[in-house]
Every structure is written in C-alpha cells, then in structure tokens.
Ligand binder design. Structure first.
Ligand SMILES: *Cc1c(COP(=O)(O)O)cnc(C)c1O
Length: 249
C-alpha cells in the first residue's frame, strides 16, 4: 500500500473539515460546536505534522505502545497549534496510568476501575477530561458500559448513574460526555438510531442524576454527517483524512 503525500493529507483534512461544517449548518448547529479529531493510529508522525500544517489540532490514537513514540516525535517538531492527543481505543487497566500521563483526553473510559488507574497517571493539579464509552446497540463485540435496552429499563440508567457519580468523585478524572461506536454498516443512515439513542441516554442521565455531560463523541469516516445531525460534539475521522490503514502485524 502506498502512502499519501503531505499535500494529499492536507487536502483531505480540509475537505473533511468542510463536510463537518456543512453537516453542522444543515442541522442548524454552530459549526464551532463540533470538534474534528484526525485519527492518526497506525500512521507515522509525518502524517500528523502534515495535517497539523493544514490546521488540525486534535489527534486520535488507540494504542499506548504506538503513541508513546509518536507523541514525543511530533512534539519535537513544535507544531503550532500544539496538538491535543485523544486516546480513543480500549485501555487495559494495567496501562491506565500510562494513558493518564500521556494523553490530554480519553474517549474510552469503560469502568470505575480504569478511571482510578487513569487518575494515578494524571499530574497533580490536572483533571483528565474523559468520555464514558457506552454500548447502546447490544452488539456483542463492543466495549463500554453495556446499556442496551436502557429505554425500557429505568434500572439500567439508575445503576449507570451510580457508577458515573463514583467516577465524578475522583479528583483527577472529569467525565465530560458519552462516547459510542456504531456498528459498521453499508448505509450511513443505519447508524442514526445508535447516535440518537446515545443523545437521548445522555439527556435521561442529566435529567435523573443532575450530572452535566455536554459532550457526545460519535461518528467516524463512514457516518460522521449523520452523527453531527444527531448532536455529535466530537467526530473521530481516520481513513477519510489519512487513507486506508495497513493491517496491523
Ligand atoms: C479507528 C477509529 C476511528 C476512525 O475510524 P475511520 O473509519 O478510519 O474514520 C474512530 N473511532 C475509533 C474508536 C477508532 O478506533
């Protein structure tokens, strides 16, 4: 597989950014209310720097082993604006401390145990913004708090609210919203009910627990316009910016 040139990456980034803004406008939303994360997993630091030169500030990685090399490589070039690094992949508890120390934001907080581990790595005086990952589709392969069926079972929302309060009580982790992954489907409209369910779940939790959760991290290359239509505040886009990923070896 051949790589992309810096110019191609820049053109892709600007095209995706324009589509993000158009989707927000179509939904009657302020384009500034949606953050685009360029998902750079599997790609080298040079790709991050290329996107950065086009104005990209937010980058997503899903493996701590990879990010631990790439983040300092990028920082060594002092790109402006300074990159904000988002951990978007599943984090094993034993790596939580490293993630808390290395990343600026986490999108895959899926247990109280992990929240405690992340907190151990966060420097004193900081609070790590974290999206709580939930599975609202019931798809077996998905990580996250298992909340399928929450619409018809008040107990599910109640129990989740209790977990959330326990996470909220941690000094160095700050829940800022919910995150989900929609099943991969041919037709992007098929993802809409998942995104809508996440937004309605967020509204229900805010109503029932008083916990403020403004963020909704949802939408990827194949479905981000639909996610924005359903209220996404953050979209995580990889392939449309950096091209297809080589399989991991
Ligand atoms: C890889 C990944 C993305 C980006 O996926 P694309 O289809 O390349 O846009 C988004 N979110 C998560 C959690 C990912 O792992």
């Amino acid at each position: 597989m051949s790589g992309l040139s810096a110019g191609e990456i820049q053109a892709n980034y600007l095209a995706v950014l324009a589509r993000v803004q158009q989707a927000a406008e179509r939904a009657g939303r302020d384009p500034a209310s949606v953050t685009l994360i360029a998902v750079s997993k599997t790609h080298p630091a040079s790709y991050v720097l290329a996107a950065s030169a086009a104005g990209a500030q937010h980058f997503g990685e899903n493996r701590v082993e990879e990010a631990v090399g790439k983040i300092p490589q990028v920082a060594a070039q002092s790109p402006a604006p300074e990159p904000v690094w988002h951990m978007i992949g599943h984090v094993q508890s034993r790596k939580g401390r490293d993630v808390g120390a290395l990343f600026d934001v986490v999108h895959s907080l899926d247990s109280l145990k992990l929240a405690r581990k992340l907190a151990e790595g966060v420097p004193e005086g900081r609070r790590l913004p974290a999206y709580i990952e939930v599975n609202v589709s019931g798809e077996a392969s998905k990580e996250g708090f298992q909340l399928a069926g929450w619409e018809s079972d008040a107990g599910i929302v109640q129990r989740f609210g209790e977990e959330l309060r326990a996470i909220m009580a941690l000094e160095r982790v700050q829940p800022v919203g919910l995150m989900t992954m929609a099943p991969i489907v041919e037709d992007m409209e098929a993802a809409r009910p998942i995104f809508r369910s996440l937004r309605l779940l967020r509204d229900a939790i805010q109503d029932k627990t008083g916990v403020h959760l403004p963020g909704l991290s949802m939408g990827m290359t194949d479905d981000f316009p639909i996610a924005i239509d359903e209220g996404a505040t953050v979209v995580r886009v990889g392939r449309a910016i950096f091209g297809e990923r080589a399989p991991r070896i």
